[in-house]
Design a protein around this ligand. Structure first.
Ligand SMILES: *Cc1c(COP(=O)(O)O)cnc(C)c1O
Length: 419
């Protein structure tokens, strides 16, 4: 296992800095909010109202702002707004300019660079939206964007073209039209509600949206994608959980990128969701100097599992404009996956995917285990690199006929077909 702690290529300096971020970290005393009442601090509406959203507020929080951060923040209002909840800002280590929490939410100058290959809409969502705010890419499920706002803004946001509206996209979800599309498309059995962060909607509005979707007979599964337990755990109130549990089966995917994000508050918020019977999965973006190290990734996956969150996806960072300083090689991602599979609990191993540029969907990118495969045998390696073989079994040409499939599976209808 030792060899996995610093796979070839990483300089020990960067490696040890990444590892240092794992050390027990005492969140800063509430610094500029030292005099805030506990009840305000724990009130999610207070937290939203007091977000760090200007350069002056950021300088008050982090007096040692770097020139790149200062200039990046000046330009953010035209690209992707600056917003950090007071709670999340408390996880920043003010003494560490490379703090893995800080660099996710504090703008830096390279955000304004555009590298070759980078795009405003890297996953090609615009071309697959039959109705504004609804992406229908896969045969049996859709992505429904319920808002363009989040509690805080990730500087590598894949939907920065529309999220926060800094770039003037002017996105307005048309929930009636979005729901109506689902209603008219019986092949849609799974609706993923995302955004923006849908948990920023009021309890009533979210309850209403989920209720309307749940009332559609062919919708089997509802899902929410959110970063709220991480950015604003106080939003996960008992009342919200009571509303959510009315819409089962409802799954939630939580976006988490660094073990330090799983603070006591975040762990309690996730516990409330899990206690409401909501199966929890995680989505993590592979980010340079944040989590691109086997030990950091392993710690994150272990912490998520301890919060009853099953690691779901590890994303290669999308080719969003201005994200080159966040991206890590695919080779590095594969090394990290190799360091997990077989070396730790299978439940702690996410699927590493690239969301294919241009709109091909999420494609698993796994380290190669199969060394050769022909009609006689498959030769493969295990996590230690030892080689094994397994004899290949001839297919039974009549095989499918023996499966009794009732009712017969009908081919999914063409996704654009109007019913
Ligand atoms: C990610 C995504 C989904 C859900 O994909 P799963 O692999 O089922 O989690 C659905 N639609 C779109 C457009 C997506 O990007």
């Amino acid at each position: 296992m030792q060899e996995h702690d610093e796979p070839g290529g990483g300089s020990p300096d960067i490696g040890s800095r990444r590892l240092a971020s794992l050390k027990q970290f005492q969140p800063a005393s509430r610094s500029i909010w030292a005099r805030v009442d506990e009840s305000d601090w724990n009130d999610w509406r207070w937290q939203l109202k007091h977000r760090i959203a200007t350069l002056d507020q950021l300088e008050a929080l982090l007096p040692a702002l770097t020139p790149s951060e200062r200039e990046g923040t000046r330009l953010a209002s035209r690209k992707l707004s600056l917003a950090i909840t007071p709670y999340f800002s408390g996880l920043i280590d003010p003494a560490d300019p490379d703090c893995p929490i800080r660099c996710q939410v504090v703008p830096r100058l390279p955000e304004n660079d555009r590298s070759p290959w980078e795009m405003a809409d890297p996953c090609g969502e615009e071309g697959q939206s039959p109705v504004p705010g609804l992406v229908h890419r896969y045969p049996d499920r859709v992505l429904l964007l319920a808002t363009d706002r989040c509690a805080a803004y990730c500087r590598f946001c894949t939907r920065s073209r529309l999220v926060s509206n800094a770039a003037g996209y002017d996105f307005h979800p048309a929930l009636d039209r979005q729901i109506d599309y689902v209603r008219r498309h019986p092949e849609v059995r799974d609706v993923l509600v995302s955004g923006g962060d849908p948990l920023l909607l009021s309890d009533d509005k979210l309850d209403g949206l989920l209720g309307e979707l749940r009332a559609i007979p062919h919708v089997e599964l509802l899902r929410i994608g959110t970063r709220m337990p991480i950015f604003l755990p106080a939003r996960i109130t008992p009342e919200l959980c009571a509303r959510l549990r009315r819409h089962h089966p409802l799954f939630i995917s939580v976006h988490a990128n660094h073990p330090r994000e799983l603070s006591l508050e975040a762990r309690q918020a996730l516990g409330r969701l899990a206690d409401a019977g909501i199966p929890l999965g995680s989505q993590t973006v592979l980010l340079r100097h944040v989590n691109d190290h086997p030990a950091v990734m392993r710690a994150l996956m272990h912490k998520l599992l301890a919060c009853r969150v099953r690691p779901y996806y590890l994303y290669q960072c999308d080719l969003i404009a201005g994200s080159a300083h966040f991206r890590t090689s695919v080779r590095r991602g594969l090394e990290i996956m190799d360091s997990l599979r077989g070396h730790t609990t299978g439940y702690a191993v996410p699927r590493y995917v690239i969301d294919a540029p241009g709109g091909g969907g999420k494609v698993p990118i796994h380290p190669p285990y199969i060394l050769s495969h022909n009609a006689d045998r498959v030769v493969f390696r295990n996590h230690e690199g030892r080689v094994f073989e397994y004899p290949e079994t001839p297919d039974d040409p009549a095989g499918d006929r023996r499966l009794s499939i009732t009712p017969p599976l009908s081919p999914a209808r063409s996704r654009w077909e109007e019913s």
